[in-house]
Design a protein. Structure first.
Lengths: 490, 488
């Protein structure tokens, strides 16, 4: 049944092409909500024991001559990712409610991205997974190049070329796995013993090809420019789900297929992950554009995901999956505030300019949302970010104690730049109390109030991060059994 | 063998020849009836396809001069379909002066294609090549009002006739060494000889002519001018039908005729034969085609250089050297031909509406005609190899066949080169799409020129081709399994 997330989303995209523009946003909303509903239903309805293995949902021969099947499967990890896709997608549509310019096209590209993401998370056939994986990237180009802002054509092209640069290596890796293993079925391939010599070079090709999309240092530079150039919906999807495609596929394909290669390379992954965490956080400290700050923070948080994967133990990897979920929600929230609530009203994202505007009084709801998002992003206990990062760090303590110290320092820098962005954007430099009252009345009239769809979207994301933060067992119960069955664990 | 039998087995070719004559006389008698000619031509092609379906599954006439097998029948049908689409594209051109002659030439070229596909004998292949070539030279130069068209025709002719001379020289050497021109017997004779300098010369010379036809570097220099200068349907025909047939016959020559001389093109294990020659052509084509295409600002020229690169990808399948590689190469070139006919259809409309085919003429196409813009997205992305379009499956099939072929991933170097090439190609295909979707229309004056004549036919053809690309991408099995089954 969960396979219908893919069909409904693509069906909605096709409908958008033929129906008039009045229906566009409603179709998009309907398609994304039904996706989320199906995900939630599976989340509630599936017995946890069924989620430990990558269980087949659909399996139809596709190209028998090449052994390709249309093969979808589900386990705890992919269910978690389907859920975060649904949540991000619905909130993305809500935050794009007032798109007027070529809206059919806008929602068409948007649904293609969402549908492709569902496809990647559910694929159990290597070829199918790659089809969906590449399918996501081109719509992103159009979403950014047509509807974006600042330097959009450059940002869009850079993002697309980086993604396909990674895709090229993935293609080689998949071909090698297919030709050597003689199958495209992920479950069969994960039982196959590839020769150690092959694994030692095929693993990095496949892994680093995938994690380009997850923003691994030093191939992360597409992320901040892409995020800044994208329209709000674009950045939300990009940070919320598309970056997770890379880390998810790295886990599902590269690490599962080539466990020995992974053993050889895991320490280097950890090194790059830690550098990414600290470096991106440090760069974020010096940014003037609010979206660039959040863009670099995404790179930093994705560093935690990679660190979690590199630990190769149940706790670390489960934490990484949890972090993918958590960051998907938090990043969507941050970009929603920065791109939709602030930029659409003030027409600037420059922190210096924003600090003059005293936005906390002009837009109290936006300020509240941003405070929550910032708290979650910094890893304050009670939000999902904390739960995920602490799990990763505990996992990493067993394997790479040094990395934990450095990543811990990274968390401090993350807190520093988040607080800086929070202070400059909403609680600007003016200290004089008298001015505040006059400014308040003046500013309140100037900006349009926060709309209902925006409030619903923001509340949804905030509640999610809070729920997972307070009770992470909700997800971990489903993630950990699935991780335990994977082959690469030490 | 009675003449009646011959007529029966050659009925598809005969039907097309008769149609060509009919179209020619209709064009002479009724100068105004452009549509009439096209209808007759299309009807003739449909009858010819029907005649192919009625042929017996396997037959060999005159020691391989005319061969009927599932493979030849399938590709005759594909060539006829491509010719049919080309004819549909001529309908939307600005009323050509001599449509009857034009269509008759297209049909005669099609007969050339069918002879090429349906023969396993070197002399007959050469006759097919010449019939095709002579028709295409005239087709390329057909627009008398355009100096570029004349340039295209002349360049195509000079390069073409030179390379024909090379091929004929190669064929004569092979005949001299083996005493036969029948491919299967050549293979028998070659199996007992070793690679000697004269044979190497013969093989290389023969391959040169085909490298010219498929526009593989360094024999591609005619392509940019021919693609850019020739009338749009002619360019589409040169890029599609001619290419498919050339690949089929090249495959027959190397896989049947030269099969003992395969050689090897593994990275550390090069062995002399035709495979290293094709590998070198492939590598050079991928590099040259993609790099030069990066610098183009005219869509037709860009398509020409990308055609060079695609010839390189297709050759990888031949280099693989087994049944699967041949099948992958044929699948890829078929998909490529369908894509290019569609892309040229879009170019034709844009050219008619805006008077040119530079990037600037394409800017704002998305708002002027969402349908054509959408189709162009499909064509460009299929060429770039983006799923779920047919070009992607084609590449996957091709590269996996190449990796399968050599032990220990011997052809990985070529596959990696192909992947880097298609990564580079994505950039210039995206530039075309950027012009269409992102750039604002820079041609306000062109409004008046637009909508001279409703061209539902052309738009319908383009949309049908785009739908075919999506269909072949989602259900590649439909074509791939047929091709694989047809190859012995």
């Amino acid at each position: 049944m969960i396979a219908w997330t893919i069909y409904l989303t693509f069906g909605g995209a096709v409908l958008l092409l033929v129906l008039p523009r009045e229906f566009a946003r409603w179709i998009a909303l309907l398609a994304t909500i039904s996706g989320l509903a199906l995900g939630t239903l599976a989340f509630v309805g599936m017995p946890i024991s069924n989620l430990a293995h990558f269980t087949t949902i659909v399996r139809v021969p596709w190209v028998p001559a090449l052994g390709m099947n249309y093969h979808l499967a589900l386990d705890g990890v992919s269910l978690t990712m389907v859920l975060v896709t649904g949540i991000s997608a619905v909130s993305t549509v809500l935050f794009s409610w007032d798109v007027e310019y070529r809206q059919n096209e806008f929602f068409f590209w948007l649904l293609l991205v969402v549908g492709g993401c569902y496809g990647v998370f559910l694929s159990a056939d290597l070829f199918l997974l790659f089809v969906f994986y590449e399918l996501v990237i081109v719509p992103k180009y159009f979403l950014i190049a047509i509807f974006g802002s600042t330097n959009k054509e450059y940002g869009a092209m850079k993002l697309t070329l980086y993604s396909f640069f990674g895709g090229m290596f993935v293609f080689i890796g998949i071909l090698v796995a297919y030709v050597s293993g003689g199958s495209l079925d992920l479950n069969q391939l994960s039982q196959f013993e590839f020769s150690p010599q092959l694994q030692s070079w095929a693993f990095p090709v496949l892994f680093f090809g995938f994690v380009v999309l997850a923003g691994i240092w030093p191939l992360h530079t597409w992320a901040p420019t892409g995020h800044a150039a994208a329209p709000t919906a674009g950045s939300m999807l990009l940070a919320g789900i598309v970056m997770k495609l890379g880390s998810y596929a790295a886990l599902r394909v590269a690490m599962n297929l080539f466990p020995q290669g992974f053993q050889i390379w895991s320490k280097w992954i950890a090194v790059l992950a830690v550098i990414g965490i600290v470096y991106a956080a440090a760069v974020a400290l010096r940014q003037r554009d609010l979206k660039f700050v959040i863009g670099y923070s995404s790179v930093s948080h994705m560093g935690f995901v990679l660190l979690g994967l590199a630990t190769a133990n149940v706790l670390g990897v489960s934490g990484a999956v949890l972090q993918m979920f958590s960051h998907g929600v938090i990043a969507a929230l941050l970009f929603a505030v920065a791109g939709r609530m602030i930029y659409r009203r003030t027409h600037t994202r420059e922190l210096d300019a924003l600090s003059e505007m005293n936005l906390s009084h002009a837009m109290p709801f936006a300020a509240f949302t941003f405070v929550v998002a910032a708290a979650a992003s910094m890893g304050i206990p009670g939000f999902s970010g904390f739960a995920a990062e602490i799990t990763i760090l505990i996992g990493a303590w067993k394997t790479y104690p040094v990395a934990v110290w450095i990543a811990g320092a990274g968390i401090v820098i993350v807190a520093a730049f988040t607080l800086r962005a929070l202070k400059l954007s909403f609680f600007g430099g003016k200290d004089v109390q008298d001015e505040v009252t006059t400014a308040t009345t003046f500013r309140r009239e100037e900006f349009n109030p926060i709309t209902i769809p925006e409030k619903i979207g923001a509340c949804m994301l905030m509640l999610t991060t809070l729920a997972v933060g307070v009770y992470p067992k909700l997800l971990l119960d489903r993630i950990m059994p699935a991780v335990e069955t994977m082959r690469f664990l030490k | 063998m009675s003449y009646l039998d011959l007529l029966k087995f050659a009925s598809p070719e005969a039907v097309v020849v008769l149609t060509a004559l009919a179209v020619l006389s209709i064009g002479l008698m009724a100068k105004r009836s452009a549509t009439g000619c096209a209808i007759v031509a299309v009807l003739g092609i449909v009858i010819a396809i029907g005649a192919i379906l009625l042929l017996p599954p396997n037959e060999t006439l005159f020691g391989g001069m005319l061969v009927i097998s599932p493979l030849t029948s399938l590709f005759k049908i594909i060539c006829l379909a491509l010719a049919c689409f080309t004819i549909l594209l001529t309908q939307a051109e600005k009323a050509p002066r001599h449509l009857g002659e034009y269509l008759a030439l297209v049909l005669l070229g099609t007969v050339g294609l069918m002879l090429l596909v349906g023969s396993e004998e070197l002399l007959m292949i050469f006759i097919g090549l010449e019939l095709l070539g002579l028709s295409l030279y005239v087709l390329a130069a057909f627009d008398k009002t355009d100096a570029r068209s004349a340039e295209a025709g002349l360049k195509y002719f000079l390069f073409g006739s030179t390379s024909s001379a090379f091929t004929l020289f190669g064929i004569s050497l092979i005949y001299g060494m083996t005493g036969t021109t029948v491919l299967s017997q050549i293979a028998v004779k070659l199996a007992t000889t070793s690679v000697q300098p004269l044979l190497a010369v013969a093989i290389v010379m023969t391959l040169v002519g085909f490298a010219f036809k498929i526009a593989a570097a360094p024999f591609h220099l005619w392509a940019p001018d021919a693609y850019q200068g020739a009338p749009v349907p002619s360019a589409a025909f040169i890029a599609s039908g001619s290419k498919v047939a050339s690949f089929v016959v090249l495959g027959k020559i190397v896989f049947i005729g030269f099969s003992p001389m395969h050689g090897s093109s593994g990275w550390h294990a090069m062995v002399a034969g035709w495979s290293p020659v094709l590998a070198a052509l492939a590598a050079l084509s991928i590099v040259v085609g993609n790099l030069v295409a990066l610098a183009q600002s005219n869509v037709r020229r860009l398509l020409a250089y990308s055609a060079v690169a695609h010839a390189g990808y297709t050759l990888i399948g031949f280099v693989a050297g087994d049944r699967e590689g041949f099948s992958a190469a044929l699948f890829y070139t078929t998909v490529y031909a369908v894509t290019l006919v569609g892309a040229f259809g879009v170019v034709g409309v844009v050219r008619r509406e805006t008077g040119g085919d530079d990037f600037s003429n394409f800017s704002g196409l998305a708002s002027r005609s969402p349908l054509l813009a959408g189709c162009m997205v499909i064509f460009m992305l299929s060429l770039a190899g983006i799923p779920p379009l047919a070009g992607f499956f084609g590449k996957f099939y091709l590269f996996s066949a190449a990796l399968h072929a050599g032990a220990n991933h011997a052809l990985l170097w070529l596959v990696a080169l192909g992947l880097v090439g298609s990564f580079v190609s994505l950039y210039y295909y995206l530039l075309v799409l950027k012009a269409i979707f992102v750039d604002a229309s820079s041609l306000p004056v062109a409004e008046a020129k637009e909508q001279v004549r409703p061209d539902l036919m052309q738009r319908g053809t383009v949309a049908a081709l785009a739908a075919a690309i999506i269909f072949l991408g989602v259900m590649p099995n439909v074509l791939a399994s047929r091709i694989l089954a047809a190859i012995p």
